[in-house]
Design a protein. Structure first.
Length: 393
């Protein structure tokens, strides 16, 4: 099954037609002001291409978690003037996402004009994929474009339900790029290196189970590494540990070994007695009582960096330590540098990993920075994403 792209949709003729774009405009806000417009900028290529094709562009998104209630804190109204500024054209705003108001406002649009609808999640029917809400959204469109990969793993009304009710659909440029680059991890040029970090094994066990037999090298960092080490019987001092996940950690190790793959754990550590910017740190191979691991050590970091240099495909999700605190960030920085230097196809997913890459100014040296978060992890596991499946033909 193939997912139609934007060019294919445009080739069918869109001049004067209503094209509903499910965008990802979940921007960070403070006191009603946008603090980072990255997601707005990411939506512009698709919107502009549809404008150039003469479509009447209807943009919709969620913002935050209003849980089916109209909360001014989560209004998309501030996004409209910023989008207008970036597009250098007017962008109207509708305070409703379904019903008479948007139908009338869309009818007044000219070719190439844009309207932004209010937060889809003000309606309970959005996250519930309610049939009547999906049908009401579909009434606004002659064609449908999903450009919100970050919600493509959710069967919501605007990502799955309405797509099945609009006769013409396609992936937007951002969604198309995500699928293309993440397929490189699912169907990699080998060797494939997967770097997984973060706090808890329990948060990443599904992706660990899926990738242990798939990745030639699975390298573990972050606090979750201490659960793996403790499951082996190694001393971890006061480091974060999940005893209930010992069985999961052992299963992942067995799966990697059975497939002939290597699973790497830290061989040295940066430790502290407390998580603080002014905490004393030490570099050790064995963590003593009273101390906790806060970062992978330099030998481990250089080992992971060398693995990136030897790989043909690299996927990284999750920091190697508490990178937000400078004394605990060196491991993450070294791994990021390893990806930037590597000639492999490099894909980075997950908010913390992206933040680390961007804070180091290395984003332009990575082949693909996935905005998907949970969707990225589900896709590389080989799971179907409802928002993508709904577009297949």
């Amino acid at each position: 099954m193939a997912v139609p792209g934007l060019d294919e949709l445009i080739a069918g003729g869109l001049r004067g037609r209503r094209v509903f774009v499910r965008a990802a405009l979940n921007v960070p806000m403070a006191d009603g002001a946008i603090t980072d417009d990255t997601r707005i900028r990411a939506s512009l290529p698709t919107i502009q291409k549809l404008r150039d094709a003469g479509a009447r562009v209807v943009v919709a998104s969620h913002l935050g978690r209003p849980k089916g209630e109209r909360n001014p804190e989560f209004s998309l109204r501030p996004v409209a003037p910023r989008m207008a500024q970036l597009l250098a054209t007017g962008v109207s705003f509708c305070e409703e996402s379904t019903g008479r108001a948007p139908l009338e406002a869309i009818a007044e649009l000219g070719e190439g004009q844009v309207i932004l609808l209010e937060n889809l999640r003000y309606a309970e029917g959005e996250e519930a994929n309610d049939r009547s809400f999906a049908r009401a959204l579909a009434e606004l469109a002659d064609a449908y474009v999903n450009d919100a990969f970050g919600t493509a793993h959710r069967a919501h009304a605007s990502t799955a339900g309405m797509a099945e009710r609009v006769p013409r659909g396609a992936a937007g440029l951002l969604l198309e790029s995500e699928i293309q680059h993440l397929k490189a991890v699912r169907e990699p040029e080998r060797p494939l290196l997967v770097l997984i970090g973060g706090a808890k094994v329990s948060d990443k066990i599904a992706v660990l189970d899926a990738l242990a037999p798939h990745a030639d090298v699975l390298a573990i960092g972050g606090a979750m590494a201490y659960t793996f080490l403790a499951a082996r019987g190694q001393a971890i001092g006061n480091s974060l540990v999940e005893p209930d996940s010992f069985g999961d950690a052992r299963r992942v190790e067995r799966a990697a070994a059975a497939a002939g793959n290597r699973l790497l754990l830290p061989i040295d550590h940066v430790i502290a007695k407390r998580v603080s910017r002014d905490a004393e740190t030490r570099h050790v191979e064995v963590i003593p009582d009273g101390w906790l691991g806060v970062d992978i050590g330099p030998e481990t970091a250089n080992r992971y960096r060398a693995e990136a240099a030897a790989a043909k495909t690299v996927f990284w999700n999750g920091p190697m330590g508490i990178f937000e605190i400078a004394p605990f960030a060196k491991g993450t920085e070294t791994v990021a540098l390893g990806l930037a230097e590597s000639s492999a196809t490099t894909v980075v997913g997950g908010g913390d990993s992206l933040a680390a890459i961007n804070s180091l100014g290395m984003g332009s040296r990575i082949d693909h920075l996935s905005t998907g978060g949970g969707a990225s992890l589900e896709f590389v596991q080989g799971l179907e994403l409802p928002g993508v499946t709904a577009l297949e033909c």
